[in-house]
Ligand binder design. Structure first.
Ligand SMILES: Nc1ncnc2c1ncn2[C@@H]1O[C@H](COP(=O)(O)OP(=O)(O)OP(=O)(O)O)[C@@H](O)[C@H]1O
Length: 953
């Protein structure tokens, strides 16, 4: 570099430290030059001979910004005494702008500008950038997207539901799989998908107190989702912080600026009980706004036309503040049909608007199912009779649906949606999934002791101990001695004991522990959350743990006790769904053995009635029984009378119950359940999805990619064992470069099976936060945007210049439109020479990677200014060649948009005919969204993402 090259007022950049921005030459002395960097308010002096500086000359057509923020387009460049004078266009006039006046911060986003500014990287960085774009594009277009990398087994019914629900915009559904089939996992998959794909950012999970910790752990270990618990304590702490810091501000500006603890986190887990008990917390939770809310054990949301429960009201309020809503319950009708309807209405008020209509619809399910079956069996045509039926149910829509390519499926979907619980309700059953172990009931009739004679019957007779002093029933109730003996006999097998009340659980546990020397733990609502989790962990411990866990009714919901296969029902609940929930603690995915259900009951009491009613009437012990509540409604008077002591009526009660159970099961089997089942798992779709996920997970791609990235980012990869490595920050590593990489390293596995066995290892996949973090930081930074490489091949004369370029679709649009759904990254790769010859096919990327080598940095610095004109010409060539690729991408995106919005608009229009509550504005809103997306897609462009300039030798 010659002294004469530097002139005061010229603009240069440091290619060692791009963050300094655009420097200005302020002085020269001897062999040294001094530059000021206004952006960082620093001055640096360099030895002229080896200054790591590049001269910045903007070209015609490029944008410049002056220090007072004005942006102009360069129309001509003139040199006056070594300093450039730009003639630049502000949209109206051309102004002379000396380079001295340029802003101090520069962002060389265009790859060739970076190259000319000396901000280029080695070959490997360009390769990494190109690979990143390719992987992002493939993953975004893949059916597997969002479903990769969960530490779960691939169960078809779960994958199907997750995919079906999660790809919707703001999904609102009821997940109602039978107990223990994995609704938590389904909700986790949906959350993961929605967060992963940017469809959601803020999520709130609301669960009963007793399940907080279990959810926290499941979300973290299975999906890498870090939820923060907000309970009363944390809420108060966050509010207190506000008192210290913001009190004055609040005082001045009023309450509007008050800290909202729910806004302090993106992923929040809290208990329904907390929200019910704190009006202020509820208001804050609503004000915070959510993209997706999950409510577990939603059967607690009780509603009737006369009155809604506080739990229902809280969720109703919150559901207005959340775009998406997932309600989870295995027993949706546990507190009655009206509550079930009200929950469906929370999910989809357009479809479920009237309780009476909803009830009447049930009577048509069987006929609808028959038509659906015929449509499935005969995909070629529709019989005349069926067509008439279809018109009766779907009106004019039938013609439009028949005109579609997938007309039979479209008709079925419309029927399921408009006349069943279609899109809103998903329910898988054991019968459909199969492979579950047997359940066997073991009744233990015991004599009724004297002390219960007065309270033998009625609902109170189910738990007579509650009305007797503890000492007395512990001594005289034969179930106590029986339990002690049973546990001793079963030792060391783990046993879950469930009883209705906390008092009974506490007394029993105390007795077993202290008087009988049986290792046990109690689990009930009077324990703190930590104590409950400690008790559950003590029970789960296989070495030193408790043999028995004595639970009150709160232990009958949601918890995972499938490692045990003995259940003792110390008493029986009145409600059949509660019995199902209790048995579901053991009868769930992961249960490997037959489940023994021990039922000690007192003879000549309502317990005996209830036992026979459950077993011989409903067969609810040995099979999952979804019609229990409906049957109870049907025989309620008989049941109550028998329970109250009319034992002569018992055999008739049992016979009537069995008959009604059979009738309802057949009816539902042919009608409602068949329709729900159709909707809940389509096996072929699920199998294809699983194959797609396994292909992504099974390939060595992700490991290869990360190793390539880590090589550049300075992370060491050490072999651990088969499928596993240890990742550690290396010497070149800069802290914070890789999301979630601890200072002392992390052990990872690339294999799902191993991940399921070894929870101590992180499961690496394309959707692990570390991998997505690396991909995001590569694509959003300048890394690899420009590179210079050497190629020696005989076929090309030395000194030939080639340009390899990668373009990607850019489409600035409000995030709410979520345009990536329609417009993937779609990288376009091209190779040209200076004459504009398209060599893209002749020189594939992989081949160039093999043949190209790095050029030493100093040599490269010297070459760049000399080849600037040629590079600019080649950039013009690739831009011209890339242009025609854009239109087909736009057209494809518009088609996808139409496929998405069209049916949605038509559905609302069809529903509006039967539901006057659907306002025109709702339909207009959808149309406006579609129009805005259409317009944004119209502005999409292909942006140059990276270039590799290749010099042959
Ligand atoms: N795909 C899976 N891979 C591994 N374990 C699973 C999978 N699905 C479910 N499980 C396990 O099976 C058990 C039941 O799952 P989960 O708790 O999600 O069921 P649920 O339907 O929510 O149950 P409940 O009706 O009792 O609330 C849990 O221990 C869960 O971790």
């Amino acid at each position: 570099m010659e002294t004469s090259e530097f002139v005061i007022g010229q603009r240069w950049v440091s290619h060692n430290d791009a963050a300094l921005g655009l420097g200005i030459v302020t002085g020269m002395a001897g062999r040294r030059v001094t530059l000021g960097f206004p952006a960082v308010d620093e001055e640096r002096t360099y030895a002229i001979d080896n200054a790591p500086l590049s001269r910045i000359i903007y070209q015609q057509g490029e944008e410049i910004e002056t220090y007072d923020g004005e942006k102009l387009i360069v129309r001509a460049v003139e040199e006056v005494d070594g300093v450039l004078l730009y003639h630049a266009d502000d949209g109206e006039n051309i102004h002379p702008v000396s380079e001295v006046k340029l802003a101090g911060s520069v962002n060389f986003s265009a790859p060739h500008q970076r190259l000319f500014a000396g901000q280029f990287d080695r070959n490997g960085a360009f390769r990494l950038r190109t690979a990143t774009l390719g992987h992002q594009d493939r993953l975004r277009a893949s059916e597997a997207q969002g479903l990769i990398g969960a530490r779960t087994r691939h169960l078809p019914h779960q994958i199907y539901i997750a995919h079906e629900v999660a790809r919707r915009h703001a999904p609102r559904v009821l997940l109602a799989d039978e107990v223990g089939l994995g609704k938590t996992i389904e909700a986790g998959l949906i959350l993961h998908y929605q967060l992963q794909t940017g469809r959601a950012h803020r999520a709130l999970i609301v669960v009963p107190d007793s399940l907080i910790h279990q959810w926290l752990v499941e979300m973290l270990r299975r999906f890498n989702l870090h939820f923060s618990i907000i309970d009363q304590g944390r809420y108060d702490d966050l509010k207190d912080q506000e008192d210290d810091v913001d009190a004055l501000v609040n005082h001045i500006f009023g309450d509007d600026t008050a800290v909202n603890p729910f806004e302090s986190e993106q992923l929040v887990l809290c208990s329904l009980d907390f929200l019910v008990s704190s009006e202020q917390a509820r208001r804050d939770a609503m004000a915070a706004g959510w993209d997706l809310m999950v409510v577990d054990e939603a059967h607690h949301l009780e509603w009737s036309p006369e009155q809604a429960s506080p739990e229902y009201e809280v969720v109703e309020d919150l559901s207005d503040a959340s775009q998406g809503l997932l309600l989870l319950t295995a027993t949706p009708e546990q507190v009655g049909m009206a509550s079930h309807f009200a929950r469906l209405r929370l999910l989809d008020p357009a479809r479920f608007h009237d309780l009476e209509t909803f009830r009447q619809e049930e009577s048509q399910y069987e006929a609808i199912n028959q038509v659906v079956r015929r449509l499935q069996q005969n995909p070629e045509s529709v019989a005349e009779d069926d067509r008439r039926e279809l018109e009766k149910w779907l009106g004019d829509e039938v013609d439009e649906l028949l005109a579609r390519n997938d007309n039979h499926q479209a008709l079925i979907d419309a029927l399921l949606d408009r006349h069943g619980t279609g899109r809103v309700l998903f329910r898988n059953t054991r019968a459909a999934i199969q492979g579950f172990p047997e359940r066997e009931v073991r009744p233990e009739p015991l004599p009724c002791p004297e002390l219960y004679q007065a309270s033998r019957y009625g609902t109170a007779g189910l738990t007579p101990e509650l009305s007797v002093p503890e000492e007395q029933w512990l001594a005289e109730d034969p179930r106590v001695a029986w339990l002690e003996k049973k546990l001793t006999g079963l030792r060391p097998a783990k046993v879950v004991v469930i009883c209705a009340s906390a008092e009974t659980a506490m007394a029993l546990e105390h007795y077993l522990q202290l008087r009988a020397g049986i290792r046990s733990a109690a689990f009930h609502e009077h324990l703190s959350l930590i104590e409950r989790d400690r008790a559950a962990a003590y029970f789960a411990d296989t070495e030193q743990g408790a043999q028995a866990l004595i639970c009150s009714e709160i232990g009958s919901e949601g918890r995972n006790f499938q490692f045990a296969h003995h259940l003792v029902l110390f008493d029986l609940p009145a409600n059949p769904d509660l019995l199902e929930q209790r048995i579901g603690r053991l009868d769930r995915i992961g249960q490997a053995e037959r489940i023994d259900i021990h039922v000690p009951y007192l003879e000549g009491t309502s317990q005996e009635v209830q036992y026979h009613w459950f077993h011989e009437g409903l067969n609810a012990f040995e099979e999952s029984c979804s019609v229990g509540v409906a049957v109870l409604d049907h025989v309620r008077d008989q049941w109550q009378a028998t329970l109250d002591g009319d034992t002569a009526a018992q055999s008739k009660l049992v016979a009537d119950t069995a008959a009604e159970t059979e009738r309802l099961k057949t009816l539902l089997h042919n009608g409602r359940d068949a329709l729900i089942e159709l909707n809940s798992c389509r096996r072929e779709v699920a199998d294809d999805l699983i194959a797609a996920v396994e292909q992504e997970e099974g390939s060595t791609n992700v490991r290869d990619y990360l190793i390539q990235a880590f090589d550049i980012l300075g992370v060491d990869v050490e072999d651990h064992s088969e499928h596993a490595d240890v990742l550690k920050p290396g010497e070149q590593y800069q802290a914070g470069m890789v999301n979630g990489l601890p200072d002392d390293g992390i052990t990872v596995t690339w294999d799902r099976e191993q991940a399921l066995q070894r929870e101590d290892m992180a499961f690496m996949s394309w959707e692990h936060p570390m991998v997505t973090g690396v991909m995001d930081s590569v694509s959003s930074s300048g890394l690899g945007k420009a590179a210079l490489a050497n190629l020696s091949v005989k076929a090309l004369p030395a000194g030939t210049l080639l340009l390899e370029a990668v373009f990607a679709v850019h489409c600035p649009a409000p995030e709410s439109l979520q345009l990536t759904r329609y417009l993937p990254v779609s990288p376009v790769r091209l190779v040209v020479d200076v004459n504009g010859r398209d060599l893209s096919t002749a020189l594939p990327h992989e081949r160039l990677n093999e043949l190209c080598s790095n050029i030493r940095r100093r040599t490269a610095q010297a070459i760049v200014p000399k080849i600037r004109a040629e590079v600019e010409t080649m950039v013009d060539h690739v831009e011209t060649l890339a242009e025609p690729n854009l239109e087909p991408l736009r057209e494809q995106a518009l088609q996808r948009l139409e496929d998405d919005f069209g049916p949605e608009v038509r559905r609302l229009e069809a529903l509006q005919k039967v539901n006057p509550a659907i306002r025109d504005e709702e339909i207009d809103f959808l149309r406006q969204q579609q129009e805005a997306a259409r317009e944004a897609i119209g502005h999409a462009s292909l942006a140059l993402e990276g270039i590799r300039v290749i010099v042959t030798s």
